[in-house]
Design a protein around this ligand. Structure first.
Ligand code: ADP
Ligand code: MG
Length: 585
């Protein structure tokens, strides 16, 4: 795995200045191996892992071999996606910044032809584009390749996967015979070997084995998780590690949408990227993510490809990637710039065998992990809470409440109990209801396997007809009594004894009501969305002025309490509780 200083690779002073300015200290192994060979004009097949510096490996010789005196396209770089084309164009531009007279332009679908015509018309030596758009321009006659000297295929395997084979072949057959070909691919499936066999001339094969040192420093862990518990596992891992910046990969667009919505409902700042999202929207999402305007990007492989972010704390493989290459691509986004990153991978059922074969094939260094228990999550939250209390105490920026405290002390309460009671209230406990805040009393979530979610969620979203709301719209006059008791005292027609009426149900108290304009659909939607239980676990709902009473299946009550605590409904942070048996309603 040889690395050399750039000034030993036979490069011009202009390029040496550029790499110096870009902060590259020495050439990476693939650069060290490819650049001198490519400079001679020989065809090269290059293989190395993600993040090993392939762009400069082909861009540097391309820039060196381009003639600044001729304003005709001499270098064509084909990339699988628009994002990648833009990224390669940027890096190429930087590398060429001291080369006078050398210009390049990215061309890709989604950008106006007009702009691309203009750039092409002015004359550029280097064109970086996606195969589809390059074909379009060739057919329109706006991209002439008669003077082409070098054609470069970046991520060739990916381009074939994306169905660009025909376009690529058309392009390769219509460029001058004499062109040099530089060909980069992470893998060498049969189709790629075919392509090389037909279009490359006696190429030099350069393969850089990925060894630990070459690979991004990523601590990799996998978790065997039941399919239905994945979301729970994900949020626990996020909470326990207090992650703030990461990508969560899913295998389908539907899963991306679903997971994004679900995390959003639970209060995580998320956004999503997949192929059905318009290009302008994607650009916006990526820009926001780079600026850390939200915490977690939920994405498919293709959409996140070429997304240039470093510093990710974590990459989650919510769904197992297709193969080891995708896996390496995904996890390559964390732990860049010499920092250690984390990659968490979920496998369900038979997928463990697939993972094992990936581990063998790519010699992955991945360890088995354990999903933290609810207690551990609670403990992590508590320690955050503890830090907050201490910071507040140290800051001394709080109003004294001596009078109230003295009164309680006078009445014989001890200070530790007073504080504990306050914390209980702060953490969402309700008066006289210790279960709400005691994790030990909650059902173990791993066992309370939530039912298949999608139909229930869809139902829940569209105000289900089966919700028997007994809420009676109230005249505004009611708002005039701000001191109304939260639990009872409303004397409403909907107040009816429910305890014992349906032994299979338990009644939960939610601190949100008509005042916040909450509807039964809001409540069912949140409960189903957050717990992923079928919406049918919810029974009758009474909406009162400042609270609501919700019947739920008794055996799910603790699970629901646990899940719903702390989420927001209509702007109110929910502190749910069991409505005390026999309580006046
Ligand atoms: P690949 O295409 O192999 O996945 P890239 O060409 O995208 O890798 O390079 C990954 C990152 O490493 C980029 O940010 C690039 O600027 C940087 N890089 C490339 N070559 C060097 C080098 N010799 N020294 C330091 N950083 C480099
Ligand atoms: Mg690359």
């Amino acid at each position: 795995m040889e690395k050399k200083p750039f000034d030993q690779l036979g490069l011009s002073p202009d390029i040496l200045k550029a790499v110096e300015k870009m902060g590259f200290e020495e050439a990476s192994p693939i650069q060290t191996a490819v650049i001198p060979v490519a400079l001679t004009g020989k065809d090269v097949i290059g293989m190395s892992s993600t993040g090993s510096g392939k762009t400069a490996a082909f861009a540097i010789p391309a820039i060196e071999r381009a003639d600044p005196k001729t304003r005709a396209v001499q270098v064509l770089i084909l990339c699988p996606t628009r994002e990648l084309a833009v990224q390669v164009a940027e890096e190429t531009g930087k590398l060429a910044s001291f080369k006078r007279g050398i210009a390049g332009v990215p061309i890709y679908g989604g950008q106006s032809y007009e702009r691309q015509f203009r750039a092409l018309h002015q004359g550029v030596q280097i064109v970086i584009g996606t195969p589809g758009r390059v074909m379009d321009h060739m057919e329109r006659g706006t991209l002439k390749l008669d003077a082409l000297k070098i054609v470069i295929l970046d991520e060739a395997d990916r381009m074939l996967d994306m169905g660009f084979r025909e376009d690529i072949e058309k392009i390769l057959t219509s460029v001058p015979e004499t062109r040099q070909m530089l060909f980069f691919s992470a893998t060498m499936p049969r189709a790629i070997q075919d392509l090389i066999g037909r279009y490359a001339k006696d190429p030099a094969w350069i393969k850089i084995e990925s060894v630990a040192q070459n690979r991004p420093q990523v601590e990799q862990t996998y978790f065997e998780v039941d399919r239905r518990s994945k979301i729970e596992a994900l949020t626990r891992l996020i909470d326990v590690n207090d992650f703030r910046y990461g990508i969560i990969f899913c295998s389908t667009k539907i899963m991306v949408d679903e997971l994004d919505e679900h995390l959003h409902a639970r209060g995580y700042a998320t956004d999503r990227l997949h192929g059905d999202i318009s290009q302008s929207q994607r650009d916006r999402v990526m820009a926001k993510f780079r600026e850390r305007k939200f915490e977690f990007l939920v994405a498919t492989d293709v959409a996140a490809r070429g997304l240039d972010v470093d510093d990710l704390e974590v990459v989650f493989n919510f769904d197992l990637p297709n193969d080891a290459e995708d896996y390496t691509h995904r996890i390559g986004r964390t732990g860049r710039a010499g920092r250690k990153g984390l990659a968490f991978t979920f496998v369900s059922g038979q997928e463990i065998y697939k993972l094992q074969s990936m581990v063998r094939w790519a010699r992955l260094d991945i360890r088995r992990g354990r999903i933290p228990s609810l207690d551990e999550v609670e403990e992590a939250r508590t320690s955050v809470f503890f830090d907050k209390i201490r910071a507040t105490l140290d800051d001394k920026k709080f109003k004294p409440h001596d009078r109230m405290i003295d009164r309680l002390l006078d009445q014989g309460y001890v200070s530790t109990d007073i504080c504990s009671a306050l914390i209980h209230l702060l953490q969402g406990g309700a008066p006289g209801n210790p279960t709400a805040a005691t994790p030990a009393a909650a059902a173990p979530v791993t066992d309370a396997a939530p039912a298949p979610a999608s139909p229930a969620r869809a139902e829940a979203k569209s105000a289900p007809a089966w919700v028997k709301s007994r809420a009676v719209p109230k005249p505004a006059a009611d708002d005039a009594s701000p001191s109304a008791e939260p639990v009872d005292g409303e004397g409403e027609p909907e107040v009816r004894p429910r305890t014992g009426r349906d032994p299979g149900k338990a009644t939960l108290f939610f601190n949100v009501g008509r005042k916040e304009l909450v509807t039964p659909a809001d409540l069912v939607g949140k409960i189903a969305g957050v717990t992923r239980l079928p919406a049918g676990v919810v029974g009758a709902i009474d909406i009162h002025q400042r609270h609501s009473l919700v019947d739920v299946d008794a055996h799910e009550a603790d699970f629901i309490l646990k899940k719903i605590a702390g989420i927001r409904i209509k702007g109110v942070t929910i502190a749910p509780a069991r409505a005390t048996d026999g309580a006046p309603r």
